[in-house]
Design a binder for this molecule. Sequence first.
Ligand SMILES: [Cu+2]
Length: 148
Amino acid sequence: MIRSVAALLTAALLSVAAAHATVRTESGLSESKVGVTETYRVNVPTEKEISTTQIRLVVPAGLSITRFQVTPGFTRTVTRNADGLVTEVIWKGRVALMEYARFFFQARNPAAAGDLTWKIYQTYSDGSVAAWDGQDPEKGPASVVTVK
Ligand SMILES: [Cu+2]
């Protein structure tokens, strides 16, 4: 009995730990093809007792975002480089306790094979920021999509 409760608790903790902010393809994959237009999905679960208020995405070099899906309840601001490519996206809105938000966009993959590393900075209502950028690979891994 005690053991099964412990196992359930462990499973619950593991599932929370696995629910990091991530970037994957629309179908949830971590790989895509060279040069194609892919739909990407940013998944952001709130993992504290307070709300997420902002999500900042740093777009990997060589990727060209062409179109965003409308996300009701959120505003979006983009930063572009001198070539007009989107380098950063900020979504503002609210993702409450026990909720997750998803943001979709289309992008043309680089012409050369390699890893696309995405960095996400998740701001909470108390101003704290969860960094999913690989600086601390255990606590805050960056998402990597391999383009083949
Ligand atoms: Cu997590």
